[in-house]
Design a protein around this ligand. Structure first.
Ligand SMILES: Cc1ncc(COP(=O)(O)O)c(C=O)c1O
Length: 554
């Protein structure tokens, strides 16, 4: 809305007839919205002057206020307060109603293009208009990862503390690539990752006080990429750059595909990426003998083993590779040993689950995603290395325009040299908020509660003869499947595939699947912050009902 005309009559004229006339015209987007003639009858000259003085200022105020809408004032603190409150209300209402949405979005591909205009608006719109569109057009296309009925993939937790940290980070909005660009951002990250390393009882070499330290990456994929690059360059410095095609990477066939991507980016010859067969009899952990044999074989043919990645809590079934035995093999062959504990790392803050990372002393780098099961809103992937100089030698650049006294004097950490991008957010704030507002004891209780709920689900499945539990549950993931009436694996796979589809299309819960030894397996991962016992029981009821319907049709 803007004032297109504003006027008042001259005083000499007013003196003659004692009548003061004012008019105000408001227009929006070129259309007349309001025409406001105001007239006052006044008797004395003083009164005329007074009224015209106040009227003039009133109109000027209206003019200024309405003109403001035409200008772009992107960081008006009063608007932030007003809109911020409205947005917080909107989000709180979303959480209150989250169970009313289908967990898995039921829209069809391309749905949104039909609902939104082809071009950006030429003129500003109101927050109310935008929020109405969010409600009607965006939320139907959202899969509700925070729903208590979300059991797919792995969790991706939100929390009030994590949300507040994100909000503060967005509010301050600095770009902390070097210490000098915001000393607090670098220093808080170092401190908070030291706290978390201590909570996980990682060896002291991972603390920032020694030669190593922690850094927040966006994702586990970035974490494994940066350490792979550091390891690659470290070995090439000793064997010569031309040997890159001889470098070999090892992992199990249960390792997350992010390692394969890291090898593709890192120029590792595709034939030298070894996905060793995990052992089904040990719940898909990698056997040290398998690694040892593969390494010996490659060395005998003149190849150079240089990188090994073990997983604590694999994506398919939360298998745990034995770190101690594998680490000895990696160490004796001068390989960089990385541990991906993206999901299960969080559980290791509980003393009773810490044994899963026994042997972490042998490890060069360790990663866990605080954004999965640690109440820290996406994204926040914690990576620790024992030797930070390896990362820095691989990833640092030192252009003139970034030089400063603190960096040049080697007095500080510049996290730009520990990651792929230059720019970085103030992500430590949310992890700090989570650790401070909840404390380790409540975080441990949070993890334990999910594991108890997963146990409950496992018991329910085990009691139903039509189903089987496929692998031993370790954390909060249950792998199970519906047994076919005839023992035919193709038929069993189709049956479980169909069960997944019908269950997810009810919108009442969302689960995902995997393949283990060529068998189609259903995954039920507990870990959403709002999930309670009643949600587990309701989800199981849906699974049982849909299974009964399917079995009667087959
Ligand atoms: C074991 C494991 N590693 C790595 C990843 C990749 O995580 P990100 O999305 O943080 O790269 C996942 C994702 O679920 C995972 O389960």
């Amino acid at each position: 809305m803007r004032v297109s005309q504003l006027g008042w009559k001259k005083e000499e004229e007013l003196e003659k007839n004692g009548n003061l006339k004012l008019f105000l015209e408001l227009e929006k987007n070129g259309n007349l919205k309001l025409f406001l003639p105001l007239s006052f009858t006044v008797s004395s000259k003083t009164a005329i002057s007074l009224v015209s003085f106040f009227a003039f200022h009133l109109l000027l105020k209206v003019h200024t206020l309405t003109e403001m809408e035409g200008e772009l004032k992107p960081m008006d603190s009063e608007q932030l307060r007003e809109y911020g409150h409205k947005m917080v209300d909107f989000i709180a209402d979303y959480y209150n109603n989250i169970e009313n949405f289908p967990v898995l979005s039921q829209v069809q591909p391309g749905y949104l293009r039909k609902l939104l205009p082809d071009t950006a608006p030429a003129h500003s719109e109101t927050l109310e208009d935008v929020l109405e569109d969010v409600q009607k057009k965006i939320l139907p296309g959202v899969t509700h990862w925070q729903s208590p009925d979300y059991f797919a993939y792995f969790p991706s937790n939100s929390s009030v503390a994590g949300f507040l940290g994100e909000m503060l980070s967005a509010g301050i909005n600095m770009v902390g690539f070097s210490w000098i660009t915001s000393p607090a951002a670098t220093e808080l990250e170092m401190i908070v990752l030291d706290w978390l390393a201590k909570a996980l009882k990682l060896p002291d070499e991972f603390l920032s006080t020694g030669q190593g330290g922690g850094v927040i990456q966006g994702t586990a994929s970035e974490a494994v990429l940066v350490v792979l690059l550091a390891a690659r360059d470290k070995v090439l410095r000793s064997v010569g750059k031309d040997a890159i095609d001889k470098l070999v990477v090892y992992c199990s066939d249960q390792t997350h595909c992010s390692l394969q991507k890291a090898c593709q980016i890192g120029g590792i010859h595709p034939e030298n990426f070894r996905m060793l067969k995990a052992d089904p009899s040990s719940d898909y952990a990698l056997s040290p003998d398998t690694l040892s044999e593969a390494v010996s074989h490659d060395m005998a043919t003149g190849l150079i083993p240089f990188f090994f990645c073990a997983t604590i809590g694999t994506t398919s079934s939360t298998a745990v590779d034995p770190l101690l035995a594998l680490g000895k093999i990696a160490k004796s062959n001068n390989m960089w040993f990385h541990v991906d504990a993206a999901y299960a790392g969080s559980a290791c803050i509980c003393p009773e689950y810490r044994h899963y990372i026994n042997g972490v002393e042998e490890v060069d780098s360790f990663n866990m995603n605080a954004h999965k099961w640690f109440l820290t809103n996406f994204d926040c992937s914690a990576l620790w290395v024992k030797d930070r100089s390896a990362l820095i030698q691989s990833l640092s650049t030192n252009p003139e325009y970034l030089k400063n006294k603190a960096s040049q004097g080697n007095l500080v950490v510049d996290y730009k040299d520990w990651q792929i991008p230059l720019g970085r957010r103030f992500r430590s704030l949310k992890l700090w908020m989570v650790l401070r507002l909840y404390g380790l004891e409540k975080l441990q209780a949070y993890i334990r509660n999910h594991i108890e709920l997963a146990k409950l689900f496992e018991e329910l499945v085990a009691q139903d003869q039509r189903f089987e539990i496929v692998t031993t549950r370790k954390f909060s993931l249950v792998c199970f499947r519906l047994l076919p009436l005839q023992s035919n694996e193709d038929y069993a796979n189709k049956l479980n595939h169909d069960l997944l589809d019908v269950v997810n299309s009810t919108g009442k819960l969302f689960i995902s699947h995997t393949l283990l030894s060529d068998r189609y397996i259903l995954r039920f991962a507990v870990g959403a912050p709002l999930t309670e016992e009643k949600h587990i029981i309701a989800a199981w009821k849906v699974l049982q009902d849909e299974a009964a319907t399917l079995l009667s049709k087959y």
